[in-house]
Design a protein around this ligand. Structure first.
Ligand code: AMP
Ligand code: ZN
Ligand code: FE
Ligand code: FE
Length: 284
């Protein structure tokens, strides 16, 4: 069990490309001694509905969260949003637009794979996942898992590296949402917008642009990066007066090297997010 307050602000459930269900993540968080948590599924907030009662019963503080996909200068950028009302129509509409984008994009990728002699069918995906009505976010990791199941590739990395990674043979970008538009929507929803895992941004120009945009914070503590890797982002965040968030990016078995709770924020930071959410309630 952990000493002191820790909140993991970045994890994925079975509603996107995580392999652990929301209720099981709540139980894991409690077993680990975490006091706070945010589910940040890709482009969906579906996990909350079933998780809130259990979190309340277990006295685990949950804060609303999501990880939106955006594109800047043709490069994929992830944006975390926190502390918005789950009932926000701004967030719900953006989620719906992303589901449409993903349906179209996933179909294009699957067509490209078929044209390369690697057909996939709905049975290759988990039940109810490959459906227009499903509230699950279907991502490239699901396509990669289906490719492994069919024996086209041996690993997720191989699927991305050879076929479905950005710019690869069977990649289709689909419609894209700009960072600016995503930030506007998060702010209309009264949420906080955070640059996700800057550690993974390899393009200097992209990072420079993002740091000039209207973000409220930066994910300084990420996954299992060493302490020196965090210092850079914490300094940048502090200089800008931004909130410095952190989380593991837990995906269950999909990324077994990222255990829940491997990065976290302290009580002060978690309280800032909670207070932002509570202040919104009184403004509405
Ligand atoms: P999507 O949101 O459908 O475009 O899929 C992107 C997701 O795929 C990311 O959030 C990662 O979780 C995962 N991903 C991206 N690149 C790789 C890779 N090289 N190997 C394994 N997973 C990856
Ligand atoms: Zn993911
Ligand atoms: Fe991400
Ligand atoms: Fe993530």
């Amino acid at each position: 069990m952990l000493e002191g307050f820790r909140a993991d602000l970045h994890c994925h459930t079975t509603y996107s490309d995580g392999t652990v269900k929301p209720l099981d993540i709540i139980q894991m968080a409690c077993d680990l001694g975490l006091q706070g948590l945010s589910f940040t599924d890709h482009d969906t907030i579906e996990a909350y509905q079933e998780a809130i009662p259990l979190a309340q019963a277990k006295k685990l503080s949950l804060i609303s969260g999501i990880e939106f996909s955006a594109v800047h200068r043709q490069v994929s950028v992830h944006i975390l949003a926190y502390s918005f009302p789950l009932s926000s129509s701004f967030i719900q509409q953006l989620c719906q637009r992303h589901q449409q984008r993903r349906n179209q994009r996933n179909r294009a990728i699957i067509d490209l794979l078929a044209s390369q002699g690697m057909p996939l069918s709905p049975e290759d995906f988990p039940p109810n996942l490959f459906s227009l009505e499903a509230h699950h976010t279907i991502g490239r990791p699901h396509i990669a898992l289906a490719m492994i199941k069919r024996g086209y590739v041996n690993t997720l990395q191989q699927a991305f590296h050879e076929y479905i990674g950005e710019g690869k043979l069977c990649y289709s970008p689909g419609e894209s949402f700009s960072v600016e538009e995503t930030l506007d929507i998060i702010h209309q929803a009264k949420g906080l917008a955070i640059i996700a895992h800057p550690h993974l941004i390899n393009h200097v120009k992209i990072l420079k642009d993002l740091l000039e945009m209207n973000f409220d914070g930066i994910e300084g503590y990420y996954a299992r990066f060493p302490r020196q890797a965090h210092e850079r982002w914490v300094k940048i965040g502090a200089r800008k007066g931004w909130i410095i968030t952190g989380g593991s990016d837990f995906h269950g078995d999909l990324k077994p090297n990222l255990p829940l709770g491997s990065s976290w924020v302290n009580e002060d930071t978690f309280t800032i997010l909670q207070q932002h959410f509570q202040n919104n309630l009184f403004c509405q």
